[in-house]
Design a protein around this ligand. Structure first.
Ligand code: HEM
Length: 407
């Protein structure tokens, strides 16, 4: 039976429930009318990230390339070409560079808190998106005029929001993709025209002058896709930050404990937010070389999905997976395959998310602000997270009132 309508109807739970019902880690399904396999769990992730078995070229359906990801980016590359392009990203993840991003984020957050104090009510998710957008542009070296902020930020938000939708939401995301790429391509052209100081001091310059394995500059559009591969997911951290505020609201016992925390409770809390709340549902690949797993043949060319959500809620990996319990991470074994909200395996050689440290760090900073530096009230509102909506967010986007700086 074709699975696409089921995913649209049930979202994150569609395969998760089938895995549980059938007590299996492997499902045979149909996606976009073609046979496909869906896997969950630690052993499945270990196999999925063995790149002698899988390839990423052509694995992502076109509708996601036209919205969320763009065409020609690092996500669809294999082998040496992938590692070479991935290094371009990983070089920016050094401690000095990350410290700069953290400073930008903290500075924009402080400015935002001052403005929130003057407002009767804010929508936290939208506000944090803007804080992240401003910090991301400063970090990457993308100039953005004050009167452009809202439009550009909203476009990045639409790329994330519209990717899983059908109809108008999807077409909005397509328009946002075109407009965002055009915006960055113009900046790349300007950088390249300047020529002097070619490698430059900004990430935008370094990406603009990056050379591929054939020692050629990347196509301007591909540079834009890769710059957006930094800006867009930084804005997307707003989801984990909103989920953190929600987790604090729903588990108030943590607030006081986080205040007194001298160990790593805040880290465990953020890890639990990444495990517990739904975000990236699955990642796709195609079989490179035929093999068999659990008695099932994986023929060459077959599309395979690794279900991240189902792995994060796998009852054999996590005891009481539907309970928010940050302390579980104090004894987590650090496996690269059992906790995979942002992919698994190795950051350089596999497709594991390049921005995992950024995500954890910025969410920790935001959590610290929520706990230590501000007081606020969460009024009555609809905070339900619909698991049928990919990507998920509380319905009200988290309204806050009575915001005051406390430190
Ligand atoms: C890849 C999730 C934040 C940059 C990925 C993948 C996932 C993911 C699931 C694909 C893994 C795979 O294909 O095996 C997330 C989530 C984030 C986040 C949930 C939270 C907001 C970030 C940030 C950055 C970033 C902050 C950079 C600033 C990337 C890049 C890739 C990637 C460049 C492609 C890696 C490759 O193909 O080798 N992310 N990510 N992500 N992410 Fe993230």
């Amino acid at each position: 039976m074709e699975s696409t309508p089921g995913i649209l109807y049930k979202g994150y739970n569609y395969f998760h429930e089938q895995f549980q019902k059938q007590e299996t880690d492997l499902l045979k399904v149909r996606l976009f009318l073609k046979k496909a396999l869906v896997m969950r769990g630690e052993e499945a992730a270990e196999i999925f990230y063995d790149d002698s078995r899988f390839s990423r070229e052509g694995a992502t359906p076109k509708r996601f390339k036209k919205t969320l990801l763009g065409k020609g980016g690092v996500q669809g590359l294999d082998g040496d070409e992938h590692v070479h392009r991935k290094r371009m990203f990983m070089q920016e993840m050094n401690p000095d560079s990350l410290a700069r991003l953290e400073e930008f984020f903290e500075a924009h957050l402080q400015k935002a808190i001052s403005s929130w104090e003057k407002q009767p009510e804010i929508t936290f998710f939208d506000e944090i998106e803007e804080v992240l957008f401003r910090a991301a542009c400063d970090w990457v070296g993308v100039p953005v005029k004050e009167d452009e902020v809202e439009q550009r930020k909203n476009e990045l938000s639409e790329l994330i929001d519209g990717a899983g939708r059908v109809g108008p939401g999807h077409y909005k995301a397509r328009r946002a993709r075109k407009s965002s790429e055009k915006w960055i391509m113009k900046l790349v052209r300007q950088k390249r025209k300047q020529k002097i100081n070619a490698s430059g001091s900004s990430i935008l310059s370094r990406f603009s002058f990056h050379r591929n394995l054939q020692n050629k500059l990347l196509d301007r559009r591909i540079v834009a896709v890769e710059i957006l591969n930094l800006l867009r997911p930084i804005v997307a951290i707003s989801r984990y930050i909103t989920f953190s505020a929600l987790a604090l609201h729903e588990n108030p016992q943590y607030r006081e404990r986080l205040r007194k925390d001298t160990s790593k409770l805040d880290l465990y809390f953020v890890q639990e937010v990444r495990r517990f709340y739904p975000f990236f549902p699955f990642v796709p690949a195609k079989v490179n070389k035929e093999f068999e797993w659990k008695g099932v043949k994986f023929p060459k060319g077959r599309r395979v999905l690794l279900d991240l959500y189902a792995t994060q809620h796998h009852e054999k990996i996590w005891s009481n997976p539907n309970v928010f319990y940050a302390e579980r991470f104090s004894t987590w074994n650090g496996s690269a395959f059992n906790f995979i909200p942002q992919g698994g395996g190795d950051h350089v050689h596999n497709h594991r998310c390049a921005g995992e440290w950024i995500t954890i760090k910025l969410t920790r900073i935001a959590l610290n602000n929520l706990v230590e530096k501000m007081s606020y009230h969460i009024p009555e509102q609809d905070l339900k997270i619909e698991l049928s909506n990919i990507p998920a967010i509380p319905k009200s986007r988290l309204k806050m009132t009575n915001i005051e700086r406390t430190l």
